[in-house]
Design a protein around this ligand. Structure first.
Ligand SMILES: [Ca+2]
Ligand SMILES: [Ca+2]
Length: 249
């Protein structure tokens, strides 16, 4: 079983590498990066106040590599429909559609985006529970930054994202490499009133429909009241690996 799983994981990575090398091989200034989002939370689960154990999970999400600020969310501003869908239902589909109206070249600068929705080794889209991981790759050149959003599973409307400007992919021309987990913040989309994570009746997988829950009518804000906001490295890990050698192929 384990061997097969590893094979599938390697096959998935090989596919990603193949696609992106073909698309960007002409521009040797670009560096190919691979990002891995891993759920490193305790496989025994998180413990609710009533003793219920529930698994920490992250949803499928959206990544964007951009020159100008991309504004997937703005603190202090009401969430748009796309962010609400991501934060409440773990579905990046509407956010992706919003981005497709913007050109890759133009007033917003160069931009590329994609969805991560299939866990490494899995056959189809789904969230990642303890031990699970998403991976995606892209090519970028100096001046570009990475943004991404993923829902905190079993919350009402929480999501993780880096600061609004995104994460610089280069410093003085040198590509970013290593653990970037601390660059992510936990936000409350302000669209649905919070229940205790993992046990609330209006959270997936318990809610009756994807939009179930009491409206919050609030604005996007840091989920400061939650202890989870300070537990990044214990719950998930994000690493980025540049493969500079590939840019010269
Ligand atoms: Ca909320
Ligand atoms: Ca809900």
């Amino acid at each position: 079983m384990l061997k097969r799983k590893l094979f599938l994981a390697l096959a998935a990575v090989a596919t990603l590498i193949g696609v992106h090398t073909a698309s960007f091989a002409q521009d040797n200034k670009e560096v190919k990066f691979t990002v891995r989002i891993e759920n490193v939370s305790n496989s025994d689960g998180q413990v609710a106040k009533d003793g219920t154990k529930w698994p920490f999970a992250l949803s499928p999400g959206l990544w964007v590599v951009h020159e100008r600020e991309v504004r997937l969310y703005r603190e202090g501003v009401a969430a748009n429909g796309g962010l609400e869908e991501l934060a409440e239902a773990g579905n990046p589909g509407v956010l992706v559609k919003n981005l497709e109206g913007r050109g890759h070249q133009g007033p917003h600068g160069e931009m590329l985006h994609g969805v991560f929705n299939t866990p490494v080794g899995a056959n189809g889209p789904g969230p990642i529970g303890p031990g699970g991981a998403y991976e995606f790759s892209f090519s970028a050149k100096p001046g570009m930054r990475l943004s991404l959003v993923t829902m905190f599973g079993q919350s009402n409307d929480w999501f993780y994202a880096p600061k609004r400007q995104g994460i610089d992919l280069f410093t003085n021309g040198k590509p970013l490499s290593g653990d970037i987990t601390s660059s992510f913040m936990l936000y409350d989309a302000g669209t649905e009133k919070d229940e205790e994570p993992g046990v609330g009746p209006n959270q997936a997988p318990r809610q009756k429909d994807p939009n179930a829950g009491e409206p919050e009518n609030g604005k996007v804000h840091a989920a400061k009241s939650s202890a989870f906001g300070a537990r990044n490295g214990e719950l998930f890990k994000v690493t980025i690996t540049p493969q500079s050698a590939m840019a010269n192929m």
